[in-house]
Write a protein that binds this ligand. Structure first.
Ligand code: HEM
Ligand SMILES: *[C@@H]1O[C@H](CO)[C@@H](O)[C@H](O)[C@H]1NC(C)=O
Ligand SMILES: *[C@@H]1O[C@H](CO)[C@@H](O)[C@H](O)[C@H]1NC(C)=O
Ligand SMILES: CC(=O)N[C@H]1CO[C@H](CO)[C@@H](O)[C@@H]1O
Length: 332
């Protein structure tokens, strides 16, 4: 009997270890810095708030930076590393299109604020600072707040070539979106929730001009999945041969608020990219769009779950794979 109990105990403890070790995210946890740098979350929030008061671009810039960081080589701040004479870094891949400088600057400023506290100096990773800053910009824009998991190390590699094929394209259909997100351990539901990040920020005209001019190479044709009124508005803001620097709001209704209007726009055929509109047009994803268009609490809950899972993608917690960068844009 005693032996059986011992075996049972062993079995349980072995299985608990399995559960803890299996996912690469296992070592991430809330309040990771509670002893190392107890006030880190408020230090970051204050720095992000200050930056937000200077420019709203802080919000979309930081949110998109986090997404790109996680999808290319894991959430390890590799996207922040600057290129050198010997290495063309991730951020200089052409797919970085308009990763707004303000997103990078937000992390650099928050890092400086953290490092200004002696106890915290070089103890908090750039990857975790980006994760906290992302949470903070979402709530500053009126979105939900949530507890973040921390404990990521900063990556040791960043190459422009590593970006190829890792990021979704605005022309993607549902299968392409699902397979890319699945490759990162994210479900279709997560993908739809995260796409709602396009409730904020800007797009350059060239990312969707194929939908409003000569669609399918037919002269004068407009993508039939696009709302006609909206298409006309888009043509007004993005004339043919427009200055490539012109960018427009992705959510034409509430461009500065993190909300579920994104899904209502899709119902009105006002998704800016094919990859947005397809979520309402494909019968496999439409029910989720309809649910969240009607219920912002349900959307917020799903978004928090999805962005938490996004934050676990490819994280490094073993010091053989990462470290804590002194300068987020330069390897130690
Ligand atoms: C689902 C597939 C996705 C596609 C195809 C996509 C594509 C794009 C494109 C083409 C732009 C415009 C870039 C420009 O012209 O400046 C953009 C902007 C943006 N994306 Fe996505 N994206 C996707 C998912 C996401 C996700 C998951 C997030 C974050 C969780 C995100 C956050 C943003 C933000 C915040 C902006 C605005 C950036 C700014 O204003 O600086 N996107 N996206
Ligand atoms: C197009 O958008 C307008 C609002 O701008 C809306 O009233 C109309 O129902 C939309 N059309 C379709 C087909 O969704
Ligand atoms: C860290 O990585 C090294 C080298 O791959 C490995 O030998 C070691 O067991 C790992 N440590 C932990 C705690 O996983
Ligand atoms: C913000 C940023 O790093 N932008 C770079 C994107 O990539 C192009 C080259 O493809 C660079 O010129 C930009 O500086």
């Amino acid at each position: 009997m005693a032996k059986l109990n011992l075996e049972l105990l062993l079995l349980i403890s072995v299985c608990t270890t399995c559960l803890v070790v299996q996912p690469s995210s296992a070592q991430l946890r809330q309040n990771y810095y509670s002893k190392i740098c107890p006030n880190v979350e408020s230090i970051v929030r204050n720095a992000v708030t200050k930056k937000f008061q200077q420019t709203f671009v802080t919000v979309p810039g930081t949110l998109r930076l986090f997404f790109h960081d996680c999808f290319v080589n894991g959430c390890d701040a590799s996207v922040i590393v600057a290129s050198t004479a010997n290495n063309k870094a991730e951020k200089d891949n052409s797919d970085n299109l308009s990763l707004a400088g303000d997103g990078f600057d937000t992390v650099i400023k928050a890092k400086a604020a953290v490092d200004a506290v002696t106890q915290c100096r070089n103890k908090v990773s750039c990857a975790d600072i980006l994760t906290m800053a992302t949470r903070d910009v979402i709530s500053l824009a009126g979105g939900p707040s949530y507890a973040v998991e921390l404990g990521r190390l900063d990556g040791l590699v960043s190459t422009a070539a590593s970006v190829n094929g890792k990021l979704p394209q605005p022309s993607f259909n549902l299968n392409q979106l699902n397979s890319l997100f699945a490759a990162n351990g994210l479900s279709q539901t997560d993908m739809i929730a995260l796409s709602a990040a396009h409730t904020l920020g800007f797009s350059h005209c060239n990312r969707f001009s194929n939908r409003i001019y000569d669609f399918g190479r037919r002269k004068g044709a407009i993508d039939p999945s696009l709302n006609k009124t909206y298409a006309t508005q888009l043509q007004g803001m993005c004339p043919r041969n427009v200055d490539p620097n012109v960018a427009i709001n992705m959510d034409p209704i509430t461009p500065r608020t993190f909300d579920n209007i994104y899904f209502r726009n899709l119902q009105q055929r006002m998704g800016l990219f094919t990859s947005d509109q397809i979520l309402a047009d494909d019968s496999r994803s439409r029910p989720t769009v309809d649910t969240w268009a009607a219920n912002s609490n349900a959307f917020n809950t799903a978004f928090i779950a999805a962005i938490t899972r996004l934050g676990r993608v490819g994280v490094k917690t073993n010091t053989s794979q990462g470290n804590i960068r002194r300068d987020c844009s330069v390897f130690n």
